[in-house]
Design a binder for this molecule. Structure first.
Ligand code: SIN
Length: 286
C-alpha cells in the first residue's frame, strides 16, 4: 500500500488540479482516496502524469471511489466490458466527445466521474478542454440565479444517437455503425434541476451541458434554445477552462457534475487510443 500523501496543485487555469507524488499501480491508503475524492469535488478535474497502469489497475483505482457504470454507447476494450474504448480510427472523421458535454447526464443518477487513461497519443493535437460549472454558476447575475433555481431541464440522447441525431449521420459517413441502428441508441432521457448542490463540495453548480441538455422542462423549443445557448456560451468562456495535453500514461479524472469537457478533433485518426472508466453517482438535488 502506498503511504505517501499525494500533492495537489491547482492548474492555474479555470478548472482542475495536478496530482503528483502518487503511484496508481499501488493500492492507495484510505486517507489518500479521501483526499483525492475531496479534491475532485473542489477542483473538478484531477490530472496525473506518467501512470502506466494496466486495465485491471485502472478498474481497481476507479472502484475505490464508486462502482463502475458501463457506457452503452461506446465500444469496450477487448476483455474488459467495464472499460470504454475512446478511439479515433484511421480514416474516421468524427471523434468521440468532440463537443462540449458532460458524461451520462442523461442518466437518472448521473455518473460521479470518468477516469480517462491515455494509451496512445498523436504526435500533435488531441488535447481535451475542461470547463468549470461552479464558476459558470457563480459568475451569473443574482437575478438570473434566482430564475435558474426554479428550473429543471430535460437531458437525453435522441438528438445525438436517435434517427435524426447528429452522431449516426457522422458515424454513417465514416461507415462505422458496426451493425447498430440509430434507434438502438435513442433510449435515455431524464430531468434534472438546472442548479444542483454538488454532492461532494456542497457548492451550487450550473448543471446544463451542450451535449445532452435538450430543453428547459415545460418550455417550448423556441423559448428553450436561445436561453440554453446563452448559458452554454457563458459556461464555456475561455476564462473558465483549462486545456490538457496528453501523453501516454496521462490520466484525467473528472467530476461529471461540476465540469464539462471537449475532446479537440484536430488530428488524423489512428493515433489516439484512450481507455475510460466511469463510476456511479447519486441522485442530484436542487
Ligand atoms: C470523452 O468525452 O469522454 C472523451 C474525452 C477525450 O477523449 O478527450
Amino acid at each position: 500500500m502506498s503511504g505517501d500523501t499525494p500533492t495537489i496543485e491547482p492548474t492555474g487555469g479555470g478548472v482542475g488540479a495536478h496530482v503528483s507524488n502518487i503511484d496508481l499501480r499501488t493500492e492507495l491508503s484510505d486517507d489518500s482516496v479521501a483526499l483525492l475524492f475531496q479534491a475532485l469535488g473542489d477542483y473538478g478535474v484531477l490530472f496525473f502524469a506518467d501512470q502506466n497502469i494496466t486495465p485491471d489497475q485502472h478498474l481497481a483505482f476507479a472502484g475505490r471511489f464508486a462502482p463502475v457504470v458501463p457506457n452503452v454507447f461506446l465500444d469496450q476494450v477487448p476483455g474488459y466490458p467495464d472499460i470504454s474504448l475512446v478511439q479515433k480510427r484511421k480514416g474516421q472523421r468524427y471523434n468521440i466527445g468532440g463537443d462540449w458535454h458532460t458524461d451520462h447526464s442523461y442518466d437518472k443518477e448521473p455518473a460521479l466521474g470518468s477516469i480517462l487513461v491515455a494509451r496512445e497519443t498523436p504526435e500533435r493535437g488531441g488535447d481535451t478542454l475542461f470547463t468549470n460549472m461552479y464558476t459558470a454558476y457563480d459568475t451569473l447575475s443574482d437575478g438570473l440565479k434566482e430564475v435558474l433555481g426554479q428550473l429543471s431541464s430535460v437531458h437525453g440522447t435522441s438528438h445525438v444517437y436517435g434517427v435524426a441525431g447528429n452522431r449516426p449521420r457522422l458515424v454513417a459517413q465514416d461507415e462505422d455503425m458496426r451493425g447498430r441502428k440509430p434507434e438502438d441508441y435513442a433510449i435515455k432521457e431524464t430531468i434534472h434541476p438546472v442548479v444542483i448542490r454538488h454532492p461532494i463540495s456542497g457548492r451550487k453548480v450550473l448543471y446544463v451541458d451542450p451535449g445532452y441538455t435538450q430543453k428547459i422542462d415545460g418550455w417550448t423549443d423556441e423559448e428553450s434554445e436561445p436561453f440554453l445557448k446563452m448559458l452554454f456560451a457563458h459556461a464555456t468562456r475561455p476564462e473558465l477552462t483549462y486545456r490538457f495535453q496528453w501523453k501516454p500514461g496521462s490520466i484525467a479524472f473528472w467530476d461529471n457534475r461540476c465540469t464539462c469537457h471537449y475532446a479537440v478533433n484536430d488530428y488524423e485518426g489512428g493515433g489516439r487510443v484512450m481507455h475510460r472508466v466511469t463510476v456511479e453517482g447519486v441522485p442530484l438535488v436542487a
